[in-house]
Design a protein around this ligand. Structure first.
Ligand code: SF4
Ligand code: SF4
Length: 217
């Protein structure tokens, strides 16, 4: 049994630093301290590890509970190759039976279409990661709007490797455009979970090449 079991989740949550929810407090256009437990939430998810840490953080802050209708949206057309996409998706699927014992959570998997990512990155002079985050977050906001779900967040914020400030700025702009609540996630109490596949590069073909060059593969 991996380290992501329910008992280990509860144990780790109990030793996490608790941030007591106080008021509905906008923090640079996104929400951090929230006085009530959310009725529903869509979490853009790109790997199992970060989904577990995101749930732990939201739980420790009293933002979600067993009643919260949570949707984990695995929309990641940036991941290359397809076999890597499937490895990461299967890791999320692997932890789902146990997650469902603790949370009211479902997994939504849009079609895998790498063209959606590549056509944007190859046609644009903007930094590729900003395009990548924008694409995935816009899909998240679109999905939530369509399903009439008011609250959204992303596992991207739990990673130390992603540019948090840029992601928050994108979220803030999308908040204005879609009139939803983007819930911030803390990245300070990340835990390394085991028992499922772990990636060793960010996701796209470019990051894979960079990894191979730096590892002299
Ligand atoms: S940013 Fe990286 S580490 Fe975080 S969820 Fe996405 S793939 Fe996982
Ligand atoms: S390095 Fe990561 S964030 Fe940047 S474009 Fe590639 S997959 Fe997206």
């Amino acid at each position: 049994m991996g380290d992501y079991t329910l008992s280990s989740l509860s144990q780790k949550a109990s030793i996490a630093i608790y941030i007591i929810p106080q008021i509905l407090e906008p923090k640079e256009g996104v929400l951090y301290n929230i006085s009530m437990i959310l009725k529903n939430l869509v979490i853009h998810t790109c790997c199992a590890d970060c989904l577990l840490n995101a749930l732990l953080d939201l739980k420790s802050r009293g933002v979600i509970d067993k009643e919260t209708e949570i949707t984990s949206l695995f929309y990641n057309p940036n991941i290359h190759p397809r076999s890597e996409y499937l490895e990461r998706l299967n890791a999320v699927k692997k932890i789902f039976p146990e997650l469902k014992e603790e949370w009211n959570i479902k997994l939504v998997i849009p079609n895998y279409s790498p063209k959606e990512y590549l056509s944007r990155v190859l046609d644009c002079k903007q930094d590729r990661c900003t395009i990548c985050w924008n694409l995935r977050l816009e899909n998240l906001f679109n999905y939530a709007k369509e399903k009439k779900i008011k609250n959204v967040t992303t596992t991207l914020l739990t990673s130390h490797y992603q540019e948090r400030d840029t992601i928050l700025k994108i979220a803030k702009d999308l908040n204005k455009k879609y009139n939803l609540n983007f819930i911030e996630i803390d990245s300070t109490s990340n835990i390394k979970h085991t028992g499922f596949y772990k990636q060793n590069y960010c996701g796209c073909c470019f990051s894979l090449t960079e990894k191979m060059v730096s590892s002299k593969i």
